[in-house]
Design a protein. Structure first.
Lengths: 216, 124
């Protein structure tokens, strides 16, 4: 059960401010409120991995997924983000929406493993950079960090074209990966090089069960 | 920054740092944000908490009289202490201050409630 109806959650998430000046190298595309609401609502309604849990949001940007998790009752959500203006907007969003139990840490996600954050979280959620702008494989590096930080499950979005590769990596890591849903991710033309006004890309919503992973 | 988040922060990513924990906390501005008390969650979190680090943080946040210096047994049965832990971990919000690496003295500022743990390229 989720404490908020999906529609209501999406309505609240419409109020989350996005990137003021998106940075192309960091692939700062906001997670659309509809997708964030569907993801987090599914995570709670189907798996009860949000309410009363410790949740991380890797590459949280302005906090769309963190805020969604908090609204569905996460006991504490910690968003990790590299970019200074994104963390400022994150904090502004949290203050304006008067949300308790949500923190943002400015840090490099790739430097988190090996610290006290290992196995600190029940659940990790993320909409990682897809690794299309001079940072090939970035989404997979984020996903691997997620499996290190979570004890329960990792939820993430990846381009459908990489499905077989992700399945192979999950086996390598000892995680049980499954595609929850196929999404059409609508990216508005937020950058000048986007010729079409808006473009759909095919994205998979993954759940990685990491409960049986052998960890250091 | 909540003190529950502080409990997990280290400076381990700095080149040459071995433990990088606990970070020395300084608070210049803090706030209290009320939140729902969840004793089950605190019990679940206990094994992940570093009591000495939290006791230190409680002193800095000026609520040390609420928290015993050493972790008592059977916290689960002690509702009053669980309430105080809840307040310490989830309701105190550090708005301005800093975290200092115990080994190198590197300072990580906390501004508008956000700890900046980002390192320069030559530090990692």
């Amino acid at each position: 059960m989720a404490r908020l109806k999906l529609k209501k959650l999406e309505e609240y998430l419409q109020c989350v401010d996005g990137f003021e000046k998106p940075k192309i190298l960091l692939e700062q595309y906001p997670t659309p409120p509809h997708i964030a609401a569907c993801m987090v609502h599914h995570i709670q309604a189907q798996h009860e991995d949000i309410e009363g849990n410790l949740v991380a949001d890797l590459g949280c940007g302005c906090g769309m997924l963190s805020i969604a998790a908090t609204m569905l009752g996460a006991q504490l959500t910690v968003g990790f983000e590299l970019d200074d203006s994104a963390v400022d907007t994150f904090r502004q969003n949290v203050l304006e929406m008067e949300l308790p139990n949500v923190d943002c840490v400015r840090a490099n996600v790739l430097q988190l493993p090996g610290s006290k954050w290992d196995n600190a979280f029940d659940t990790v959620v993320m909409n990682p950079p897809f690794g299309t702008k001079h940072n090939a494989g970035m989404d997979m590096r984020f996903l691997e960090v997620g499996t290190r930080l979570a004890t329960g499950a990792v939820y993430s979005l990846h381009k459908t074209s990489t499905r077989a590769y992700i399945q192979k990596k999950c086996k390598e890591w000892g995680a049980k990966g499954s595609v929850v849903a196929e999404l059409r991710y609508n990216i508005d033309a937020s950058y000048k090089f986007h010729k079409q006004k808006s473009k759909d890309i095919e994205v998979d919503f993954w759940r990685l069960d990491v409960t049986e992973m052998v960890k250091l | 920054m909540k003190l529950s988040t502080y409990n997990f922060l280290t400076s381990m990513a700095i080149k040459g740092v071995k433990v990088g924990y606990p970070l020395k906390l300084t608070i210049t501005k803090q706030n209290v944000v009320e939140s729902e008390f969840n004793p089950v969650f605190i019990e679940k979190l206990l094994p992940k908490l570093d009591w000495a680090a939290l006791y230190g943080a409680a002193q800095v946040a000026e609520c040390a009289e609420d928290i015993p210096p050493a972790q008592p047994d059977n916290i689960a049965d002690n509702e009053a202490l669980l309430q105080k832990l809840h307040h310490l971990l989830f309701e105190i919000d550090v708005l301005e201050g800093q975290l200092e690496c115990p080994e190198t003295g590197r300072v990580f500022p906390i501004t508008d409630g956000i700890p900046n743990m980002l390192l320069n390229e030559d530090e990692v």
